[in-house]
Ligand binder design. Structure first.
Ligand code: AMP
Length: 217
């Protein structure tokens, strides 16, 4: 199964991806996570991406398309879930072309729909563990001890691009450059729209129901 998860920053793409890959044995490919790893390792790619990411802008297409093509090559036959990629029309077209060269296509696009006001609260309250990557929220998903990771006691941090100012830019970027992809995919694929303003569990149940039906066909 090859899945694309679409949605604004904070719509729950990362959370839902983790559940989906665990249930269906797929590879989770998050372009944001790959970029953050490249930055942490100090690679040329990471250095090039840095200023775009910190301001909430998109990293140029040519960098991302090549990076994700390499990641997709390593996916198991069971398939993958793309999280945060594609984010521009050009990226979507190039993805479709490169899959088509291998006789493949995206099976379903899961479109997580949620209001900007909800995602802003979700993102600015988000804290993560620099050691194990666990994600918390200062109100909705508190760690057992304030500011510390439940798994390894590491001090939780706020991603530099999760501040209110950068989040406003990321949302503007999403509406201008990524939202048009929904229409592209409605004309070129199967899109499942889902109300992602609900709890993560409710969204998960609805997604599993849809994907179980797809697997059964
Ligand atoms: P994310 O964790 O998915 O919100 O991504 C964090 C940042 O990485 C974004 O704000 C962009 O600067 C960059 N990024 C991630 N995925 C892409 C993509 N597909 N195209 C361009 N930039 C991306």
């Amino acid at each position: 199964m090859r899945i694309v998860l679409l949605g604004a920053p904070g719509s729950g793409k990362g959370t839902q991806c983790k559940q989906i890959v665990a249930r269906y044995g797929l590879l989770h490919l998050s372009s944001g996570d790959i970029l953050r790893q490249e930055r942490a390792s100090g690679t040329e790619l990471g250095k090039k991406a840095q200023s775009y990411m910190d301001s909430g802008a998109l990293v140029p297409d040519e960098i991302i398309i090549e990076m994700m093509a390499k990641a997709i090559e390593k996916a198991p036959d069971a398939g993958f879930v793309l999280d945060g990629f594609p984010r521009t029309l050009n990226q979507a077209v190039e993805l479709d072309k490169s899959l088509a060269r291998d006789g493949l296509a995206i099976d379903i696009i899961l479109n997580l729909e949620v209001d900007d006001s909800i995602v802003t609260g979700r993102i600015t309250g988000r804290r993560s563990c620099p050691k194990c990557g666990a994600v918390y929220h200062i109100e909705n998903m508190k760690p057992k001890s304030e500011g510390l990771c439940d798994n390894d006691d590491a001090e939780l941090i706020q991603r530099p691009d999760d501040t209110a100012e950068v989040v406003a830019n990321r949302l503007e970027t999403y509406h201008r450059q990524t939202k048009p992809l929904v229409n592209y995919y409605k004309n070129n694929g199967t899109v499942f729209d889902i109300d992602a303003g609900r709890s993560a569990d409710e969204v998960k149940v609805a997604l599993f129901e849809k994907l179980d039906a797809l697997v059964a066909t």
